[in-house]
Design a protein around this ligand. Structure first.
Ligand SMILES: Cc1cc2nc3c(=O)[nH]c(=O)nc-3n(C[C@H](O)[C@H](O)[C@H](O)COP(=O)(O)OP(=O)(O)OC[C@H]3O[C@@H](n4cnc5c(N)ncnc54)[C@H](O)[C@@H]3O)c2cc1C
Length: 460
């Protein structure tokens, strides 16, 4: 049987693309290697705690993201951050500084030196960059806000959001909106102020009672029997009609294929069909990440946990790059009288951590966390999740890679790439990207099906 389209990979990217194609009335099948869908969006409940193995928040700051939630009927049940989130914490030189989430928070705190704060203030007066080579996040932030801000604020942010290195990540790839603001408004400060006054809603980070897995679970429910789990795609072959998709459970045929698996898997599948695309995919780094989840009794933790969590600067040289105060962020993450904390380690800062055995890794993270937050005694629960290939890095060269990967369909008709390495790593970006790729694949299929119908009409 010839399907219209096969989607490979049942993470948020694949599910959302398949859902988009289904809504266009196309005959779609999604193949997922594992027995469950959702990819790295795993929310696990145990002993009254809820652990997020992957994503913890849905960035609903953009109108398009809110529209997605509404389309999936997930808006009414979404929960915003809890009222307990009052500060952002940064750890530098062994000192944890709480900075108010107020826009003037950095000016009111002594986290940055007076010179560093003055340099931030001058951002609005600095000229915009004209042309030139692709810039790193660190170079961009140094140029606009000063070196201290780049080292003590942007570098921890890069490690927190991407588990990346600010000196390697591309500003246009990782924070494209900031690069656009500089060109549009001449200054990031002005751009942010205009956005605040305009239609863009404030910062909203959503989740659900059942955690972030609620999003892929809803998509999977809508796709129903179009999903086949426990099926690994082994290879792709182009034919006159479309593609032969070789799997662990036989060969399937489809007019079009959307590869929504991780970049290294996509690279393997494209190796013979599209060597140019495969090479670009192989260049994408995705360093390992470890998530260590702890539950404590409330009285064991001296720190008030009155924030999202904390991020560490590179010079602080611990293995933890940050932690989230999960039970402050959202209600229902820990049983009554308890708190939940998730710590993150690895990424571009510490790729070698992958070699540290589980027990040693947990012990070191626990010891660091106890020292930073004033925790006494053993945790009530401990869980470790290791991602051998964590988040894709939008490192320098992303613009070129993105252009090459966007041209896959031009080189191999009917073949489309989709994933968190294209237009943003966040779940919200994946939903946006799925709409774009779904529309492109849908347009190709409609054209192919119409052409076929015309041939039949001529023959009749
Ligand atoms: C620790 C961590 C924290 C994060 N925190 C956040 C956050 O707070 N907010 C946020 O918005 N985002 C966050 N993210 C990012 C976000 O979760 C991901 O970018 C997004 O879920 C990726 O979805 P995906 O479908 O592109 O990839 P994946 O989830 O990796 O899915 C790919 C799927 O393809 C399947 N597959 C692979 N090979 C094959 C094959 N040969 N045949 C069939 N199937 C195959 C895999 O089994 C997998 O299910 C986080 C990610 C991690 C790892």
């Amino acid at each position: 049987m010839m399907l219209d389209v096969i989607v490979i990979g049942g993470g948020v990217s694949g599910l959302a693309t398949a859902h988009n194609l289904m809504r266009q009335g196309l005959d779609v099948q999604l193949l997922e290697r594992q027995v469950r869908t959702g990819g790295n969006a795993i929310s696990q409940r145990f002993q009254g705690f809820l652990m997020e193995h992957g994503p913890t928040t849905f960035n609903a700051s953009l109108p398009a993201a809110v529209q997605h939630l509404s389309d999936l009927d997930l808006l009414a049940d979404a929960r915003d951050l809890g009222a307990g989130v009052k500060r952002r914490y940064l750890l530098d030189a062994g000192k944890l500084s709480g900075i108010s989430t107020h826009p003037l928070g950095f000016f009111r705190s002594d986290y940055l030196s007076v010179k560093g704060r003055l340099s931030m203030l001058l951002e609005g007066l600095r000229p915009r960059k004209r042309g030139g080579a692709e810039e790193t996040i660190h170079a961009f932030a140094s140029r606009r806000f000063g070196r201290e801000f780049a080292d003590k604020v942007i570098d921890p942010m890069a490690a927190g959001l991407f588990m990346g290195d600010a000196k390697r990540l591309s500003i246009s790839g990782a924070f494209g909106r900031l690069a656009e603001m500089e060109q549009e408004f001449g200054s990031i400060t002005r751009g942010v102020l205009v956005a605040k006054r305009g239609s863009e809603p404030g910062r909203h980070l959503y989740s659900w009672q059942g955690g972030m897995a609620t999003v892929p679970t809803r998509l999977a429910g809508m796709l129903g029997e179009r999903i086949k789990t426990g099926v690994t795609v082994l290879g792709l072959q182009k034919t006159a009609q479309g593609f032969l998709v070789k799997t662990t459970q036989g060969t399937r045929q489809a007019r079009a294929v959307v590869v929504a698996a991780q970049p290294h898997v996509a690279a393997g599948l494209l190796e013979k069909l599209d060597p140019e695309g495969a090479t670009a995919l192989q260049e994408i780094m995705a360093p390992p990440i470890s998530v260590v989840f702890f539950g404590y009794r409330h009285e064991q933790v001296a720190h008030p946990l009155d924030g999202l969590g904390f991020l560490t600067t590179k010079s602080d040289s611990r293995i933890i790059s940050g932690a989230q105060f999960a039970s402050t962020m959202y209600a229902g993450r820990a049983p009554k009288g308890h708190v939940a904390i998730s710590a993150y380690a690895g990424g571009m800062r510490n790729p070698a951590l992958v070699k540290l055995p589980d027990e040693a890794l947990i012990a070191q993270v626990r010891q660091e966390l106890s020292q930073i937050l004033g925790i006494t005694g053993a945790p009530v629960v401990t869980r470790l999740r290791r991602w051998s290939l964590g988040l894709p890095q939008y490192s320098l060269g992303h613009e070129n890679r993105r252009a090459v990967l966007g041209g896959t369909h031009d080189r191999v008709e009917g073949l489309f790439l989709m994933g968190n390495y294209l237009d943003g790593v966040s779940v919200a970006s994946c939903l946006d990207c799925a709409d774009r790729v779904g529309a492109e694949a849908g347009a190709f299929l409609m054209q192919a099906l119409n052409a076929k119908a015309s041939v039949f009409q001529c023959l009749a």
